[in-house]
Write a protein of this length. Structure first.
Length: 331
């Protein structure tokens, strides 16, 4: 049994679930300044009030799994990306506090709205910067000891791209959870954000193909690229279905959110396919970084117990609060 591959799958699964679930939670905060009405902002936050903290469980899981299975990666990422990681955690704290204080405040309510929006946007931007810093230069010769070496045009661009993508997830979540004027407003916003997301996907993909020979070789060489062809095709399919469902007058429900999550999954799969078998792109493979057998096998037992429990909890929570959100009765 290849334990390194198992942990790569588990960590990838945890990261993907976090991006999909906390992505729309952060996205609601990102687009909240565009909801001009105070009541609309309250409904947007209330739609997340029973869910946002459980979504972040997956971020903790991903960090712990990396620490146990790939300790050298954990040390590398923390030491070289300390500033964006700390900024992300501070932003998540301000965002979490805003959930608790916003509905209990009177005169300071606008400041908690600002905390919710800025915290969500900064957290998403920092996550994008971290991703861009890791995959933007797959050269093992580049020194990583300077405090701002992660700050590159590519990492800043991926930061803005992830903010846009999370905003789209947030708009799609509100399409499902809201009604009337707010629903119409977020539908219009979702169409614009989808165009922005497609632009970022195309631009970043072209950038990496031109700048990263390892990725270009994998994606462009025949017949290897036959295995990867479904990913761009699925991207086009999900984008088409998304635009189609928003053009109809019927209640779109969860469909826009599902199609947007499909875009995220194909993008994530394309990224993994490009950097595999590296866990630190261009520097360290999963087999070079894996921890001793006793550590990883012992922890694997706990992980295999933990994942079904948290999945069941998430399923129960989302099922319980699956209806439309209103200020009168909550759900």
């Amino acid at each position: 049994m290849d334990i390194a591959l198992i942990y790569l799958f588990l960590i990838g699964f945890g990261v993907l679930v976090y991006v999909l679930l906390d992505g729309f939670s952060l996205g609601v905060g990102i687009i909240s300044p565009y909801l001009n009405d105070k009541q609309d902002k309250a409904i947007a936050m209330k739609s997340l009030s029973h869910l946002w903290d459980s979504n972040q469980t997956w971020l903790v899981f991903g960090g712990v799994a990396v620490f146990v299975a790939f300790p050298s990666v954990y040390a590398y990422v923390l030491s070289n990306l300390y500033i964006p990681i700390i900024l992300m955690l501070i932003a998540l704290i301000f965002r979490g506090v805003a959930f608790e204080f916003r509905f209990k405040a009177d005169s300071s309510q606008k400041w908690w709205d600002l905390s919710f929006a800025v915290g969500s946007t900064l957290a998403a931007f920092c996550q994008g910067v971290i991703l861009g810093a890791l995959v933007g230069d797959m050269s093992s010769t580049k020194p990583m000891d300077a405090p701002l070496v992660w700050l590159t045009p590519f990492s800043l661009f991926t930061g803005v791209a992830l903010v846009s993508g999370y905003a789209l997830l947030g708009a799609c979540w509100l399409i499902r959870k809201t009604e009337n004027g707010l629903l119409a407003r977020v539908k219009t916003l979702a169409r614009r954000l989808m165009n922005a997301m497609l632009f970022f996907i195309v631009y970043i993909s072209a950038w990496m193909l031109l700048e990263q020979p390892i990725i270009a070789q994998r994606w462009l060489d025949w017949p290897t690229n036959l295995w990867l062809a479904p990913m761009p095709l699925l991207t086009v399919f999900f984008a088409y279905k998304f635009m189609s469902v928003l053009k109809t007058r019927k209640e779109p429900g969860y469909k826009p959110l599902v199609y947007t999550m499909g875009l995220f999954m194909t993008s994530f799969a394309g990224l993994v396919a490009g950097v595999y078998p590296y866990i630190i792109p261009g520097r360290l493979t999963i087999w070079q970084a894996i921890a001793p057998d006793k550590s990883v096998y012992f922890t694997l037992v706990g992980i295999l117990v933990f994942i079904p429990v948290i999945l069941a909890y998430n399923f129960f929570t989302y099922r319980t609060f699956s209806g439309k959100t209103s200020m009168k009765d909550g759900y």
